[in-house]
Design a protein around this ligand. Structure first.
Ligand code: FAD
Length: 390
């Protein structure tokens, strides 16, 4: 890496080396078509520990099946008025821990001589005359034919949009006595104080006495750590009266914005991951969309095309569904608790999951829409439909 010349030094450059970059880079090295392509991943972090636990639902075995640590075919949904153990089939709810994912990705990528890692922070990323240039904090300049960017740009908030955050803190715990059914996760337990927000607890049991218990909020502002801890303590007090120990703590923030992230920054810079709009605005789920986007990018490159930045079919309609939900929540027309209760009460779980994956048929979409009260959704629906700047 040094001064840039006419011919770029690399074929593909990854700005950021998190889930989206590593998911795509692993597909590059798995395909002989890319064996002679030079790839560089610019990432300042270590990418070793368990900084996140990814859950997603899937019907078949996925690209990272070997990394799935636990899966559940059953999941509880609870409000004070409605409790159900959902049968997720044909889906299975799967969990991958990032520590294992990073270890796997690094072992494979570092064994490939055409992949280089640069431990540095990107200060600037731009494209000029069909070549992408990156400048890093330590003064290095790199050039590449094509860049995949997962750096989330700063948001300048518009008053016409809603900027929710999904913020959460979870404890990996071991209970004194067996207390969990390891075959059934808890997707959403709303039987907690809502405080005017959408708040629920999420439980992933690994065995009869170990689980990840996460307190999750959809709102515009995050809390102090102690407030999440108090809520977790309250919840566990009634669930585990015999006591428990905390083994590990996880926390995170996922953007749920009605405003779409720019799909591409400039010619030859393709945004991926959360930065590329792969986070579903109404749920925060991102993992599956990143995998679908990665597959589409590979497909395009194999055909000799520059990958499209926005590959998910029907995305305008699906983005509208997401924006309507956020508007209903923001305008407090209906609580998240009541919306999700209606969805899971009036539909089989697989239909809801397909809908949240943007894969439901039109008929299924109509059934989902008719399961929430039209008087609460009509006006937000119309306003979002006629929005000019989405
Ligand atoms: C704690 C947590 C739990 C989550 N759980 C789930 C889940 O269960 N299911 C789900 O579907 N989604 C989940 N998500 C959402 C989403 O899947 C993750 O955020 C995922 O990591 C997004 O992938 P990404 O590549 O877009 O971003 P990241 O994985 O965050 O990668 C971006 C990378 O860019 C690097 N970077 C930042 N600035 C620079 C710079 N200037 N120069 C170079 N590199 C830079 C960062 O260090 C980082 O490694 C979770 C998110 C969090 C935070």
């Amino acid at each position: 890496m040094g001064l840039h010349t006419e011919k770029p030094e690399f074929d593909f450059l990854f700005a950021g080396g998190g889930l989206a970059a590593l998911s795509l880079a692993l597909r590059f090295v798995a395909n002989p078509f890319f064996a002679d392509k030079k790839i560089v991943i610019v990432e300042p972090g270590e990418k070793t520990g368990n900084d996140r636990t990814w859950c997603f639902w899937e019907k078949e075995n996925g690209f990272f099946e070997a990394l799935v640590e636990k899966n559940w075919d059953l999941a509880g949904f609870h409000t004070e008025a409605f409790s159900k153990e959902l049968n997720l089939k044909p889906y299975s709810y799967k969990m991958i821990r990032s520590a294992r994912f990073y270890e796997h990705a690094m072992a494979i990528l570092k064994a490939n001589s055409n992949v280089e890692f640069l431990k540095d922070r990107i200060l600037n990323l731009e494209s000029k005359s069909g070549i992408v240039y990156v400048q890093t904090e330590s003064g290095i300049m790199i050039s590449a034919e094509l860049a995949f960017n997962s750096l989330v740009p700063p948001t300048s908030k518009k008053s016409s949009h809603h900027y929710f955050l999904q913020h959460f803190r979870g404890w990996f715990i071991r209970s004194q006595k067996p207390a969990f059914n390891p075959e059934s996760a808890t997707l959403m337990d709303f039987r907690i104080e809502q405080a005017g927000d959408c708040r629920f607890v999420y439980v992933l049991p690994f065995s009869e006495d170990t689980a990840l218990v996460e307190y999750t909020i959809f709102s515009e502002n995050v809390l102090e750590n102690g407030q999440y801890d108090d809520a977790l303590r309250n919840y566990l007090h009634s669930l585990l009266p015999d006591g428990y120990e905390i083994l590990e703590v996880e926390s995170g923030i996922i953007p749920m914005y009605s405003e779409a992230f720019p799909k591409s920054q400039a010619d030859k810079i393709i945004n991926i991951g959360t930065a590329g709009g792969m986070t579903k605005a109404s749920t925060g789920y991102t993992f599956t969309r990143i995998q679908k986007h990665s597959d589409k990018i590979i497909e395009s490159l194999l055909k000799g095309e520059i990958p499209k930045a926005s590959p998910l079919s029907g995305s305008a309609r699906h983005a509208w569904f997401d924006r309507v939900l956020l508007r209903v929540l923001a305008e407090k027309r209906m609580s998240g608790k009541d919306i999700f209760e209606n969805l899971f009460k009036k539909n089989p779980a697989d239909r809801v999951l397909r809908f949240l994956d943007d894969e439901a048929s039109l008929l299924e979409e109509l059934k989902i829409m008719s399961s929430v009260p039209s008087d609460k959704f009509m006006l937000p629906g119309i306003r979002e439909f006629f929005r000019k700047d989405s």
